[in-house]
Design a protein around this ligand. Structure first.
Ligand SMILES: Nc1ncnc2c1ncn2[C@@H]1O[C@H](COP(=O)(O)OP(=O)(O)OP(=O)(O)O)[C@@H](O)[C@H]1O
Length: 204
């Protein structure tokens, strides 16, 4: 039996009850649902940032068998509203600040010297995704990663992100609301319906 990278067994958080879900390496599972239905909270539970019932495991190793920061190094959440704590962008990237920023993200070579306060919400979001990827996680939890981007930038960033996910064989839960995007990227698509996660599209 091939072990899925990420497994949720009977996970309950907020209104969501007994969610069972497996995500394999290189697989993108999209989750959609009405505003306030609990999408972000589910991701936070998987990232060990919100208390929950049930079991979450990475390669069979239980979330509660390790400290939260150790878990989150491998199970990386990029929230809709990313956190920045230094004044300049580059300080958040450490040694990775010297790497070339992917062209698809639409920045010039000097972005690492920018102040965080000047970043638009879309710029913050793109840089937060890059920062997350550079930490080499196994799992990526994306909360509407292209929500603040225009159509052209959405397609560019989405294309780059999907190719990174495939190359790095990441297991991904991607919260999305745009059906055309979901059709392009999702291996499976679930929608939160009341207290459960309903499979809309994809292979079991
Ligand atoms: N720590 C918490 N304790 C109690 N209730 C919470 C907590 N965090 C979020 N909620 C509530 O749980 C519900 C789901 O919130 P969540 O942020 O997951 O929604 P969402 O589906 O991501 O919505 P949106 O699409 O608007 O971002 C909301 O009613 C919210 O107020």
């Amino acid at each position: 039996m091939i072990l899925a990278t990420l497994t949720l067994e009977d996970v309950s958080v907020g209104a969501l009850k007994k969610v069972n879900l497996s995500v394999s390496e290189g697989e993108i599972v999209c989750v959609s649902g009405a505003s306030g239905s609990g999408k972000s909270r589910l991701l936070r539970a998987v990232a060990d940032l919100d208390p929950h019932e049930g079991r979450v495991a990475l390669d069979g190793e239980s979330q509660d068998s390790m400290p939260g920061h150790v878990w989150r190094r491998q199970v990386m959440m990029v929230p809709a509203d990313s956190q920045w704590w230094f004044d300049d962008v580059g300080s958040h990237f450490g040694a990775d600040a010297d790497r070339e920023v992917p062209e698809a993200l639409g920045f010039g070579p000097d972005v690492m010297s920018w102040t965080v306060s000047r970043l638009s919400s879309g710029e913050r979001q793109r840089l937060a995704i890059l920062r997350g990827l550079y930490r080499n996680p196994r799992v990526l939890l994306l909360d509407e990663p292209t929500a603040n981007l225009d159509d052209e930038m959405t397609q560019k960033v989405e294309g780059w992100l999907v190719s990174e996910i495939r190359a790095r064989k990441l297991a991904v839960i991607w919260i999305a609301h745009d059906n055309s995007q979901i059709r392009r990227i999702a291996g499976r698509h679930y929608r939160i319906d009341g207290d459960s996660l309903e499979l809309l599209d994809g292979n079991h």
